[in-house]
Ligand binder design. Sequence first.
Ligand code: ADP
Length: 447
Amino acid sequence: MFQKILIANRGEIALRVLRACKELGIQTVVVHSTADADAMHVRLADESVCIGPPPSRDSYLNIHQIVAACEITGADAVHPGYGFLSENAKFADILAAHNITFIGPTGDHIRIMGDKIEAKRTAKRLGIPVVPGSDGAVTDQKEARRIAAEIGYPVIIKASAGGGGRGMKVALTEADLEVALQTASTEAGAAFGDDAVYIEKYLEKPRHIEVQVFGDGFGHGVHFGERDCSLQRRHQKVWEEAPSPALNAEERAHIGGICAKAIADLGYSGAGTIEFLYENGEFYFIEMNTRLQVEHPVTEAITGIDLVHEQIRVASGGGLSVKQEDIKFNGHAIECRINAEDPRTFTPSPGTITHFHTPGGLGIRVDSGVYSGYKIPPYYDSLIGKLIVHGRNRVECMMRLRRALDEFVVDGIKTTLPLFRDLVGNADIANGDYDIHWLEKYLAKEE
Ligand code: ADP
């Protein structure tokens, strides 16, 4: 087991990882920018190293400074959290070259999944169902027309190097195809420095369902069930739940089994999420994230298993603490992402939190690094906390969520809490009847 882990992140996830390390008796080092000197995880860590000024590229993305911090403090492993360097293959390779363990998969696995064309090809080879479309990059109009006609309109053009929902264009008919291909490719080149694009069938009313997987590093794979993250705004998840209201036990076991086998065949090590669009009973792979996800606590709530403990165990060579048959699903969990944003326009609302009071009681978990008097720096993501609620079934979970949202107080800034108070009383949400476009339509109607 590791002696000392360096946490290369900030905010709620840095605190989340720190808690797991403390439970396992592992010393912690955190790195932080000058803007985060007063952060909770910095106060609670055994050691902290300031690695630079506020902009991420000078601090949380500065590989040399982070490696230097490992060497100075004698950390033997790095947990990257999510975002920042968590899916940076070069970072994983550099740490390995310095004999520091990256708590995550190999650089090569990150690289494969980071390129969407390569990821899709790999998924297909591993027996994962994919969205019908081109086999690789599409460059000329004639080929694009042939493929689109074959799979049928509407189609979506996506950037191979894409991420964060950028570089995608929909063509409803052949008349739109030429412009869609051109703009997607130009945008991809400008945003990612790689203009390769590919074509997929555009699914009109899918749900976003993702499967939590783990490889133990010894050629075995397991799945921890799915999460439904269909409630999104501009491709950003807002509300996540497990299990999905749309799946039955048979479908869960079927897609979970396919994913676990794929992870085993890939020889993957650590946590991963295989994301699908789900429509008319069919799953279509869209991408794989090779890290811990923001929404991992809903899976922890229904399985009772600490996924960060498992990441650390696997990275240290100790394998998983559970086998597939030990992973049981119990009740229902919902996570609300509390952002420092206007609840209607989603414009960031940094500033000082004058009062912060979190709900409590059975089935309530709040993951947050903020406190009364905390000043939210304007440089980073606006997520300030996550409310995770667990109940024996979805009805009990929703009842408890409504009560917890009433207790939650964040004064001094705007947050997305009022949006969740509205959603929890909505009939479609109560019925679990929503797809990936539901929230945008709802917000447009409210305006
Ligand atoms: P990114 O890495 O940029 O987030 P994804 O491939 O994960 O890109 O897709 C992001 C979102 O775009 C999906 O959650 C979905 O809302 C939409 N999307 C992607 N592919 C399709 C498709 N084939 N049909 C319909 N919507 C899609």
